[in-house]
Design a protein around this ligand. Structure first.
Ligand SMILES: Nc1nc2c(c(=O)[nH]1)N[C@H]1C(S)=C(S)[C@@H](COP(=O)(O)OP(=O)(O)OC[C@H]3O[C@@H](n4cnc5c(N)ncnc54)[C@H](O)[C@@H]3O)O[C@H]1N2
Ligand code: MOO
Length: 412
């Protein structure tokens, strides 16, 4: 028996994602910004190091810089100076001499080894070395991390805090990044109220738009927030027209199914072109993609779990491309199912689950209780999506299933 909501013509999710990736391109425009403000931004040009890292041979320990050959005689060495980080010793370590050196200080000319101070005893200017010492000990070599001119990041890289540390160390003060795409966002529904407002009978709070605002901020996108729109074709029409004029992409929630007040898709069809509508996925079947005067449009279903899972599975890959990066499919792991799962063939199912390691160290996964597309508590509890392929049926306890770990609930 197949899924009641599966119908001929539903687009497999892989095909839907491929169509989006094929249809979209990075938005035009770049800007130069200070490195410290670049987290999450996408590089518009490759970046090469202006120096080698470390920039010179230097000490990894507080100790003494010396010539290893001098240790054969067992004679004490004469202390002739100091090398501090930022205040190098500018003489030469000649045979029989050594220099006190601190972590990060430049290795003086003539020295080839650093001995930790814990291995050293001193008597005035005479330095006695004990324990095992190997040639080149405790020296951080010039360029062992990065060579001068080496490409550190390619264009399209999404800049992380670790990247910022690397670029700063390499002397980069500003980076050229892609312009942030502007995303117009609204939710539709006469029942929707802003969280914090009073609720009338039959009303609910608009959780989709608030969650999507947070998700878009996390993706470092600019948002044109058009708020909550009523189920009114003229209002939806006006807002879609404004969104198409002012934004690079449009995201809406609600109004894409077949109800009598589901106007979003209808208005889009009238004003623009629908690329595809209805994907063989659960939740999220009524997802619609199209263009409005050239501006890409993502119509997310109203049910809250459907809205966020279609956003994550379909809109995020598309937005990643629009930001100027390549999209990489999330890592999937295999885990042993701890409870049976009901599923009918026909749609790829993204069940919300909690995965962990059992006593033997094997990955196992349990679906969170209810899986309805209005059950937000299960989504908030989940640390993974259990991905059940389109043609599969029920799965039994003990079966191995694919999971997509979420670093945080509905990680993006
Ligand atoms: N006869 C059929 N009915 C439905 C079908 C179907 O194939 N045939 N598909 C169902 C599926 S699957 C989904 S998903 C929903 C999607 O419907 P819409 O996109 O048109 O969304 P709405 O009808 O506007 O709302 C659905 C549901 O979600 C609540 N909602 C809407 N917006 C928000 C929001 N911003 N924040 C929180 N909750 C929201 C709304 O109150 C409804 O309960 O259609 C099924 N029906
Ligand atoms: O199954 Mo609908 O896709 O999202 O509630």
């Amino acid at each position: 028996m197949s899924d009641c909501c599966s119908q001929p013509g539903l687009m497999p999710i892989e095909a839907a994602r491929a169509a989006l990736l094929e249809d979209l391109a990075p938005v035009a425009g770049t800007e130069s910004i200070p490195l410290a403000q670049a987290t999450g931004r996408v590089l518009a040009q490759p970046v090469a190091s202006t120096v080698c890292l470390p920039p010179c041979d230097n000490s990894a320990m507080d100790g003494y810089a010396l010539r290893i050959a001098d240790l054969d005689s067992g004679m004490p060495l004469e202390l002739i100076g100091y090398s501090f980080a930022g205040k190098p010793f500018d003489g030469i370590v000649n045979p029989g001499t050594c220099v006190r050196i601190m972590t990060g200080a430049a290795l003086p000319d003539g020295a080839d080894t650093v001995v930790m101070q814990e291995q050293v005893t001193t008597q005035g200017e005479s330095i006695f070395i004990g324990g095992k010492v190997r040639p080149g000990d405790h020296i951080r070599r010039c360029g062992e991390d990065v060579a001068e001119g080496e490409t550190l990041l390619d264009s399209g890289a999404r800049i992380s805090v670790a990247h910022i540390a690397l670029l700063a160390a390499a002397g980069i003060g500003e980076v050229s990044v892609q312009r942030r795409p502007v995303i117009a966002l609204f939710s539709t529904g006469d029942e929707l109220r802003q969280p914090g407002e009073p609720l009338g009978k039959g009303d609910i709070f608009d959780s989709n738009r608030i969650a999507l605002l947070a998700a878009l901020a996390e993706l470092d996108l600019e948002v044109l927030d058009l708020g909550i729109l009523p189920d009114d074709k003229d209002v939806i029409r006006d807002n879609l027209a404004r969104a198409a004029r002012e934004a690079d992409a449009i995201i809406t929630s609600g109004g894409v199914s077949v109800g009598e007040a589901d106007y979003t898709r209808e208005v889009l069809e009238e004003m623009g072109e629908i690329g595809f509508w209805k994907v063989a996925m659960k939740p999220g079947k009524p997802f619609a993609y199209g263009r409005l005067q050239g501006t890409p449009f993502f119509g997310l279903p109203g049910n809250p779990v459907s809205a966020l899972i279609t956003f994550q599975q379909l809109a995020v890959p598309a937005l990643t491309v629009m930001k100027g990066s390549a999209w990489a499919a999330p890592v999937q792991l295999q885990a042993r199912l701890q409870k049976p799962v009901k599923k009918k063939p026909g749609r790829t199912d993204f069940q919300r689950g909690i995965y962990l390691r059992d006593e033997s160290g094997n990955l196992c996964v349990e679906p969170v209780g209810a899986q309805g597309s209005h059950i937000l508590s299960g989504l908030a509890d989940a640390n993974c999506l259990i991905v059940l392929s389109r043609d599969s049926g029920n799965a039994e306890a003990g079966d191995m299933v694919d999971i997509e770990p979420l670093a945080t609930p509905l990680d993006l």
